[in-house]
Design a binder for this molecule. Structure first.
Ligand code: NAD
Length: 506
């Protein structure tokens, strides 16, 4: 057996993906298939939670919240549980990476070194944060002391996507738990396995039953029932923009606050003044890492005209050398896309682009030798018009779209001409160009001369159609707690005695 086969042989899929409520597994009559996108094989059956099962999960979470088994623990006690979870995730990293690889098609090596480490980091980060967070105190009025308590909000609905399932969903889970809440979590119906595999680790670490409950199912059935539930205090969502709008519509009926981490079509702007070797590496990482399925992808590559010719030649050569194949193979750089249907959608943009006058530079085809797996060639197209669908719609695959510009002014205008605004990338060694960029680009994040850095301490999130709200230590504290302003007198007070005739006129 080669290395890939050895790793794969050790992965035990969770073949029945049920709903976990109060540590009890609930099946359902509605069963959906779960696939390995690298082989096209069905690997599990997912038991879809209907509104009744969702209601049971929310009730279990509410009960656990009201009982105080988790919310009333001291900060030190909660920190200790969160740190144990992180430790268990590290100890089970290979198992979790194996399951995630099997279910998503993302390269195993990338998962093991990146996303699964990030899962552990999420829990460690929030454990540290709650030990250091500070409160607000107002002492301007000499007669009164006023301070702000932060109480957990109740039951949080946490809804995750399929492109980085456990890493993204546990950012929400670690935060909601750290601040004392109970949760109902829904993974994408495409990728339910790692969340289910995490559940015993939470329990082993000391999370009481009922504090974290899992419901599985499609967005329209399970996700919608959860989003519409009146017992939910917060909804944190990561996924597509249209889904985000639907969830907000449901949440509005109960005035449930939401955070929305949505889609992107980010500009990667490369000036002639850049370190071009680094910019090539950065452009390739920006569009092709995580199989190109990233909200953060630098999917619109803007090149200053003077450097475009050589830069494109290098990009093409390097793209053609990218190793696409078995996600379990440690040498693989791009694995299988999330599903065959998704791959077909990504590939359909080749035809769309060509009709719009786009020039296919490389790729653009399914890799038939790897069928029925959902493998496609990494693809680059050049386009002359930013108004095209190719430049305006999120393709969400290994598919970069290249345009050129002649001036910084034009670059800012093209970059901002999009409904999205998650991240911008800019490459230049010229400080005033960078200073212009940080002022002019409309996005929640800006990466300067680097492809991708997630600083957990700092706000993460998008503007425009890329989202509402932020994730970070402070932002999550604001979202997952309710402020209560408490005022008390500094000294014993003499109060006006309403209804007492003896004190009238005095
Ligand atoms: P999706 O919107 O299809 O699904 C995300 C989740 O929402 C799934 O769990 C799904 O079951 C659920 N859902 C779907 N319809 C629903 C409804 N009507 N009510 C409630 N829940 C519903 O997204 P996806 O295809 O899983 O993920 C890809 C998208 O996520 C891309 O657009 C990507 O850019 C975005 N994304 C954003 C970020 C970010 O941080 N901004 C990170 C990763 C992915």
């Amino acid at each position: 057996m080669n290395e890939a086969q050895t790793i794969k042989a050790q992965v035990q899929p969770i073949t029945e993906c049920k709903n976990l409520i109060n540590d009890e597994a609930f099946g359902s009559d509605s069963v959906l298939p779960v696939y390995n996108p690298a082989t096209g094989e069905q690997i599990a059956a997912l038991h879809e939670a209907d509104a009744q099962i969702v209601d049971r999960a929310v009730s279990a979470a509410q009960k656990s919240f009201q009982s105080g088994v988790w919310r009333d623990l001291t900060v030190e006690e909660r920190q200790s549980v969160l740190r144990k979870i992180a430790q268990f995730v590290d100890e089970h990293a290979e198992t979790l990476a194996g399951l995630e690889c099997l279910n998503t098609g993302i390269p195993y090596a990338h998962l093991l070194a990146g996303q699964i480490r990030r899962v552990a980091l999420n829990f460690r980060f929030f454990a540290d944060y709650i030990g250091q967070s500070e409160g607000d105190l107002y002492t301007q009025n000499p007669d009164y002391l006023t301070y702000v308590r932060r109480d957990p909000v109740g039951v949080c609905a946490l809804v995750g996507p399929w492109n980085a399932p456990l890493a993204l969903t546990t950012m929400k889970l670690a935060a909601a738990l750290a601040f004392g809440n109970s949760c109902v979590v829904k993974a994408s119906e495409q990728t339910p396995m790692t969340l289910l595999a995490l559940m015993p680790l939470l329990q082993q670490a000391g999370v009481p039953d009922g504090v974290v409950n899992v419901v599985n199912g499609s967005g329209v059935v399970t996700g919608a029932a959860l989003s519409a539930h009146a017992g939910i205090a917060r909804i944190s969502f990561t996924g597509g923009t249209e889904t985000g709008k639907q969830i907000m519509t449901l949440a509005a009926q109960n005035l449930t606050p939401v955070t929305m981490e949505l889609g992107g079509k980010s500009a990667n702007i490369i000036f002639a003044s850049a370190d071009l070797e680094k910019a090539v590496d950065g452009a390739l990482l920006g569009i092709f890492s995580n199989n190109g399925q990233q909200c953060l992808a630098g999917s619109r590559i803007f090149l200053e005209s003077g450097i475009a010719g050589d830069f494109i030649d290098t990009l093409i050569t390097r793209t053609q050398n990218i190793r696409v194949g078995d996600p379990f193979d440690p040498e693989t750089e791009i694995g299988a896309l999330g599903s065959k249907t998704h791959m077909e959608k990504v590939l359909s943009y080749v035809g769309i682009g060509q009709k719009e006058g786009g020039n296919l530079l490389t790729g653009g085809e399914r890799i038939e030798a790897l069928a029925p797996g959902a493998f496609m060639q990494p693809t680059l197209m050049q386009v002359g018009d930013n108004a095209t669908r190719l430049c305006q719609e999120e393709i969400f695959g290994p598919f970069g779209v290249i345009q050129t510009f002649d001036s910084a002014e034009q670059a800012w205008a093209l970059a901002n001409d999009t409904s999205f605004g998650l991240v911008s990338y800019v490459w230049s060694e010229n400080l005033s160009t960078i200073m212009d960029a940080q002022k002019r680009l409309e996005s929640g994040l800006l990466w300067v001369n680097t492809p991708m850095v997630r600083e957990l301490r700092a706000p993460f999130g998008g503007v425009k159609d890329s989202g509402i709200g932020r994730e970070s230590g402070k932002a999550c504290e604001q979202f997952y707690t309710e402020e209560k302003t408490v005022t008390l007198p500094v000294q014993s007070q003499i109060l006006t005695k309403l209804g007492n005739p003896d004190t009238r006129g005095s």
